[in-house]
Design a binder for this molecule. Structure first.
Ligand SMILES: [Zn+2]
Length: 271
């Protein structure tokens, strides 16, 4: 599933390819599925307009038009973007296409079809409709502390709540808690101020590192827990050399917290 680092990579891709060109066409394969509004309505608002800027909030990409309207792109399980000119370069699973007067096209690619395109009066209208909290890359320790202080649930599911902060998915939360040295079942409201600061620092560090690697996870540093996650999908799990904690060599454990598969180091992340 495209998470914050993937969506940030897609945001930069769209910025580098598609801004400041007149939109002179738009098609969708299955408007009922891919669009959050009737196709005629979208058409009317975007024809002749230009994309002028982008914002990412969590896993959501917003593209502002020169008439003030905002296109929302949500990438579902498998969404992607592809910018191209000649038909030979058209991607597989192209579900929707913006046509520009330069002759180039921006394709919304989505093999599993859970992605959605919408149109909004403003960024604020979208954030309100989706009840999104602040972006995980932007949130401060103070704001996070206010969000956590009354929560009596384990920290892991709380951090997955997109109303508290937007953009953290399952592997990311495990990685952040591992880097911060916090057990995933620690009660959210009981984190000390130094744990909170570690959490915010780890969140920044993990997200920025993943964005720097353009979300190519095999290129993440060896100090990352993500490399230990792969053992249950590897055809030869016994050959995976990363199943021990990089720091202390303790065996990484897999458990379930808040109904989600959870990996952690029992000696670096003490309850
Ligand atoms: Zn460890």
């Amino acid at each position: 599933m495209p998470e914050l680092p993937e969506v940030e990579t897609l945001r930069r891709y769209l910025e580098q390819t598609s801004l400041h060109q007149k939109i002179n066409g738009f098609t969708t394969e299955d408007p009922k599925r891919q669009l959050a509004l009737p196709p005629e309505e979208l058409h009317e608002e975007i024809m002749g307009r230009q994309m002028v800027s982008t914002t990412r909030i969590g896993k959501h990409l917003l593209v502002a038009l020169d008439n003030g309207k905002v296109i929302s792109l949500h990438f579902g399980m498998t969404g992607d973007l592809h910018y191209y000119r000649i038909p030979e370069d058209a991607p597989r699973f192209e579900r929707a296409t913006f046509y520009f007067d330069s002759g180039f096209k921006l394709a919304f690619v989505d093999s599993r079809k859970f992605g959605r395109i919408g149109l909004w009066d403003s960024e604020e209208a979208y954030i309100k409709a989706k009840a999104l909290g602040p972006d995980a890359l932007e949130i401060s320790a103070d704001v996070l502390q206010k969000g956590l202080q009354k929560r009596k649930s384990p920290i892991k599911p709380v951090l997955l709540d997109q109303k508290l902060l937007a953009g953290i998915g399952n592997w990311l939360v495990d990685e952040i808690l591992y880097q911060a040295g916090i057990h995933p079942e620690t009660i959210a409201g009981e984190l000390t101020s130094s744990q909170l600061q570690n959490l915010v620092n780890a969140m920044q560090e993990v997200l920025k590192t993943a964005i720097d690697k353009e979300a190519v996870y095999r290129e993440l540093p060896a100090t990352f827990l993500i490399h230990a996650r792969e053992w249950d999908t590897s055809p030869h799990p016994e050959e995976n050399t990363h199943k021990h904690c990089y720091r202390c060599q303790t065996e990484i454990l897999k458990t379930t917290v808040g109904g989600r598969a959870t990996y952690f180091c029992p000696s670096c992340q003490v309850k």
